[in-house]
Design a protein around this ligand. Structure first.
Ligand code: LLP
Length: 384
């Protein structure tokens, strides 16, 4: 919810911009920290969700680790002050330069996605006289029941090592002296809103850990990835699954007796709610079939609706108390028909100059912006 004071503050600003409510971010981080500490769980923040400098600095101040998927993210995490000992690095296509950089930074762990990658890391570590700590990213073939574009844990997805390769991995580990295997890594998808999915993941993880132990591979660390979803339909209410409930599932269903550390990589659940894309209505086109509200923000600032048909709640914050409503297709200025935030949205009667808030945009919003059509870089504004 935007107070009148905040809307007045927005009024003279150039749009579009991302608005980040840092106090909401802090209370979300606090809730996550408290709930995870109860079980001694280690949380890493998935930088890919949002790497805005002030957002990152706020997250770092909570002593959370970093989950990175590129050399650039490892560098950003280290430069922001995340401890190198709490950096994990995943990704199916790590380049030699990225691996070397992460080796030089002595990061906590590489989440390794294939046998070939294990061999390359071993070679690069040997050249530096180092031992690389790794977790094997396993593709557990567990359905996350989320959008197919953000499902990662099925055999048809490119991520991780499949079960039919396990014997080969065990044999490879024996021949790679510059690799220290800490344990296993899993990440089955994003925007997961069904607790049973996490329960199924735990059961599968237990089976796989048992298999590796039986094959004399020591498993001390389990990283269960991220994926906790948020409620895009109700941006002002708490999440669908709160942190307490989420972590409790893993405490209840993961076989933890012989495991020293359990790690998580949360992105969306930490930052989605604190961000909104604020934009202005440039033109209203009233048609015979459809009314269009044409914004100064488009898919170049928030790509999720065009890419995944994702829903984001749209509000006309200039006319919050108006009673007369109309349906609008809310679209951007980009020369693409998919540049549409939502169709037939019921809004107060809307005019040129009205401020529009597109909610729950703190995760995978600004980071996925592009300068297609030679658009300016989107700005950010902060609330304390
Ligand atoms: N760990 C790994 C290995 C990942 O690939 C991801 C996200 C995460 C953790 C964090 O997942 P989260 O807690 O945020 O669900 N652009 C898409 C989402 C892509 C997610 C990619 N991986 C979207 O806008 O929905």
């Amino acid at each position: 919810m935007f107070s009148n004071e905040l809307i007045n503050k927005f009024q003279p600003l150039e749009t579009p911009f991302y608005y980040y409510d840092l106090s909401l971010l802090k209370s979300t981080l606090e809730a996550c920290k408290t709930a995870s500490a109860k079980y001694n769980f280690h949380v890493h923040y998935a930088l890919k969700a949002n790497f805005d400098a002030r957002v990152l600095e706020t997250i770092r101040s909570f002593n959370i680790g970093a989950d990175c998927v590129s050399g650039g993210e490892v560098k950003r995490a280290i430069e922001t002050g995340f401890s190198n000992k709490a950096v994990v690095f995943a990704g199916v296509g790590k380049s030699d330069a990225e691996i070397n950089y992460a080796l030089d930074q002595d990061i906590f762990c590489f989440n390794v996605e294939s046998i070939q990658e294990l061999e390359v890391i071993n070679g690069l570590a040997a050249a530096k006289g180092k031992t690389a700590k790794v977790a094997l990213r396993i593709n557990p073939n567990v359905n996350a029941y989320t959008h197919k574009y953000i499902t990662t844990g099925l055999e048809e997805n490119k991520f991780g090592i499949n079960q039919w390769e396990f014997d080969k991995v065990v044999a490879a580990l024996k021949k790679l002296p510059n690799i220290q295997c800490l344990g296993l890594h899993f990440h089955i998808g994003s925007q997961i809103t069904d607790l049973n999915v996490f329960k199924s993941l735990c059961i599968k993880v237990n089976e796989i850990v048992t298999w590796f132990r039986e094959h004399h591979v020591e498993i001390n660390v389990i990283n269960v990835g991220g994926g906790l979803g948020v409620d895009y339909y109700h941006p002002d209410t708490k999440s669908i699954i709160d942190f307490e409930t989420y972590f409790k599932i893993f405490d209840s269903f993961l076989e933890r007796s012989a495991i020293q550390e359990v790690h998580f990589e949360l992105g969306r659940a930490l930052v989605a709610n604190c961000g909104s894309l604020i934009s202005r209505v440039l033109y209203v086109k009233n048609g015979q079939v459809t009314n269009f509200a044409i914004l100064d923000a488009g898919m170049t600032e928030l790509m999720r609706p065009a890419l995944y048909q994702a829903y984001h709640k749209i509000e006309n914050i200039s006319k919050a108390n108006s009673e007369k409503t109309k349906n609008y297709d809310v679209v951007g200025p980009i020369c693409e028909s998919t540049d549409c935030f939502a169709k037939a949205v019921e809004l107060p009667e809307t005019h040129r100059g009205d401020l529009i808030a597109i909610r729950t945009a703190g995760a995978y919003g600004e980071v996925m912006a592009s300068n297609y059509n030679l658009r300016d870089k989107v700005k950010a504004v902060y609330g304390e």
